[in-house]
Each structure stands twice: as structure tokens, then as C-alpha cells.
Design a protein around this ligand. Structure first.
Ligand code: C5P
Length: 220
């Protein structure tokens, strides 16, 4: 059982994916962290961010089972991740790892930019989670403020727009809604309302596929 969740930065997809995984008793992978972990390894070794063979070699040195979310969440690493994510050979290496994770029983929720289109195109449930750039920038700036980090709304908004343009405009595996993904716009929803909507979407998708609940248990 695989639930594929895609969407732009700060759309709320990560929180939804984590809660859906707990709710349905599935494992969870934030694929953005895999790009961040490779970017972090390149920065740590002082290697350039446009050297594709170096990036592919770095994949072998990363321990994907023990990625440090707090460390990898930083802005510099996020920017570097978005830069290296345009490299096809790196993507192939990471996608292999992500598919292996998804296909390990009992299944998983994966979130990213290309899960429904490239990583798990046969996933029975696909969500595309989005919100206006302004709503996403407000959430991201509030999050940063709560961690005591400087994060001015205007800069955060400009940064998100730049990241969106890079993620949707690249030629390999761009951020895109799969034709069979259900759109969930969280602009006007708080996280609990978004979660309830996501659970309904999962249940409806599974019913439409003909199963009772697709073999899913409900943990909460
Ligand atoms: O989701 P997050 O902001 O952590 O992702 C960091 C960067 O990794 C994104 O800006 C995007 O360029 C890249 N990424 C990707 N494909 C994914 C997940 C993330 O290209 N499946």
C-alpha cells in the first residue's frame, strides 16, 4: 500500500504525510530529506553543487536510515538541495532508494515533488497538496519565528517563488500534479481540517479502487 503526496514547499504536505502514515499504520519517507542529505554531504566535503558524478558518489556515503531532520532543515541546505535536484543521474540513484523504501511491507507514505509521477506512478492513492504562495510564506515565516530564526515574510515569499520556479521548470521530474492525483488546497484550512480532508481522499480513492480499505488498518 503506497500513498504518494506531492506539492510545493510549505504546502503542509510533510505534516499531512506524517499524520497519514501514523493513522494508517504505514512507514513514512520525506524524500526532500534525501536530496537535503546529499546536498549536506557535498557541502561538508567542500564539493561543488554542479558536479554530477560527485553527487552520485555522495549518495553512497549517506545513511538514509538516520537522517537528522533538524540539521537538514536549514535554509542553506534547502537551497543546495534544490540546485542538485536538477541532475538526472543523482535523481535516478535517489529514486532507486525511495522505491525500495516504498515497496517494503506494509507500505509507505512518501512525500516530495515527483512521487505520483515518477517514483511511484502506480500508487493507488495520490494527493497533490498546495496553497497560495502567500499562505505558504506566512506559515514558513511563522515556523521560523517559533524556532527563533530570522525569517522576514517578504524574503521567505521571494525564496519560495524562486524554489517553485526551479522545481516546476526543470526538465527532469519537475514538480507536477499526476493526472490521477486528487488536489488538496490547504490555503484556507488549518492542519486538522487538512488532515480530515486527506483521510477522506484516501478512503474515497481506496473505495474507488474496489477494496474495502485496501488492506489498511487505522491506527488512530
Ligand atoms: O521538500 P524539501 O524542501 O525538503 O526539498 C528540498 C528540495 O529537494 C526541493 O526544493 C526540491 O528541489 C528537491 N526535491 C525533489 N524531488 C523530491 C523531493 C525534493 O526534487 N521528490
Amino acid at each position: 500500500m503506497i500513498i504518494a503526496i506531492d506539492g510545493p514547499a510549505a504546502s503542509g504536505k510533510g505534516t499531512l504525510a506524517r499524520r497519514l502514515a501514523a493513522h494508517f499504520g504505514l512507514r513514512y519517507l520525506d524524500t526532500g530529506l534525501t536530496y537535503r542529505a546529499v546536498a549536506d554531504e557535498l557541502l561538508r566535503c567542500g564539493e561543488p553543487l554542479d558536479d554530477e558524478p560527485a553527487a552520485v558518489r555522495a549518495v553512497a556515503r549517506v545513511d538514509f536510515a538516520n537522517m537528522n531532520r533538524a540539521h537538514l532543515a536549514g535554509h542553506r541546505i534547502g537551497e543546495a538541495a534544490s540546485q542538485i535536484a536538477v541532475m538526472p543521474a543523482l535523481r535516478t540513484a535517489l529514486v532507486d532508494h525511495q522505491r525500495g523504501f516504498a515497496e517494503t511491507p506494509p507500505g509507505a507514505v512518501l512525500d516530495g515533488r515527483d512521487i505520483g509521477t515518477v517514483v511511484c506512478p502506480a500508487a493507488p492513492v495520490k494527493l497533490f497538496v498546495t496553497a497560495t504562495p502567500e499562505a505558504r510564506a506566512r506559515r514558513r515565516a511563522d515556523e521560523m519565528a517559533s524556532r527563533g530564526e530570522p525569517g522576514h515574510y517578504d524574503e521567505v515569499l521571494a525564496d519560495l517563488r524562486r524554489r517553485d520556479a526551479r522545481d516546476t521548470g526543470r526538465s527532469v521530474a519537475p514538480l507536477a500534479q499526476a493526472p490521477d492525483a486528487v488536489l488538496l488546497d490547504t490555503t484556507e484550512l488549518d492542519i486538522d481540517a487538512a488532515f480530515r480532508a486527506a483521510v477522506d481522499i484516501v478512503r474515497q480513492a481506496l473505495r474507488a479502487k474496489g477494496g474495502q480499505n485496501g488492506g489498511l488498518s487505522t491506527a488512530t
